[in-house]
Design a protein around this ligand. Structure first.
Ligand code: SF4
Ligand code: FES
Length: 244
């Protein structure tokens, strides 16, 4: 297995406990990378051998936990699923996801993603089910989030950055309505609000960015259609496109 020397240019930012950014700069590291290493593997080696102060988020290392999203050469990707040499550049630029609060270097705060997800939804992923074990009762219901890993890449790519529930939470609402029809009225009520299904400008960035094929834009379109089918008065007009 051959090693090639790559440069990694990484956004460094120092944020204090109050959330204020004290400094921001780009720092270069050089690393020998083989063709089996992902960008996350490279970060792990850089942190271990060159700079223990480097901050980034990670957990599963196999595209399941959704924590390692970042901009890799300007594109939103999961670092653990991105092979470094396949990028075919001698310099790899790493930046934190946009539209999300940076807590240090490449690490962003994912917490704003979650409050708008539907309450009371069951939560288990197919990857977390022991294939040889007994499946949870009513598995169809429990698999609601099997494909959304809450990585935030869709939110980071969305041109609507204010007063909007965002593509991940809206997709989760539609999935819950599909799985539990008895909740349709309640959940359509939650998304038929000015910051719900209406500010979407159909840019489709979310569907392109999603690494697991959720296609949030399709779910948002379906929510709007359901609001119309149920004779509800739309809470707002579809939004104006805002600056990225
Ligand atoms: S919908 Fe896709 S891009 Fe958005 S949080 Fe879920 S997995 Fe990530
Ligand atoms: S480390 Fe879990 S998705 Fe990348």
């Amino acid at each position: 297995m051959s090693n090639i020397q790559l440069a990694f240019t990484i956004n460094r930012s120092h944020i204090d406990d109050s959330g204020a950014e004290l400094s921001r700069r780009q720092q270069q590291y050089s690393l020998g990378v083989n063709d089996r290493m992902t960008v996350l593997d490279a970060l792990e080696v850089i942190r271990r051998d060159q700079d223990t102060s480097l901050m980034y988020r990670h957990s599963c290392h196999h595209g399941s936990c959704g924590t390692c999203g970042m901009l890799i050469n300007g594109e939103r990707k999961l670092a653990c699923l991105t092979q470094a040499t396949k990028l075919e550049t001698e310099m790899i630029e790493l930046q934190p996801l946009r539209n999300m609060k940076v807590i240090g270097d490449l690490a962003v705060d994912p917490s704003p993603l979650f409050p708008d997800f539907p309450k009371g939804a069951a939560y288990i992923r197919r990857s977390e089910v022991n294939r040889d074990g007994r499946k949870p009762f009513e598995l169809d219901h429990w698999e609601r989030f099997e494909d959304c890993i809450e990585c935030g890449l869709c939110v980071s790519s969305c041109p609507v950055t204010e007063s909007f529930m965002g593509p991940a939470a809206l997709a989760a609402h539609n999935r819950e309505i599909i799985n539990r029809r008895e909740r349709r009225g309640e959940l359509l009520g939650e998304v038929n609000v000015p910051r719900g299904a209406w500010p979407c400008t159909r840019a489709l960035n979310c569907s392109r960015a999603c690494p697991t094929g959720v296609y949030p834009a399709k779910h948002i379109a379906e929510l709007r259609k359901k609001i119309e089918q149920d004779g509800l008065t739309p809470a707002a007009e579809p939004g104006e496109k805002r600056a990225q």
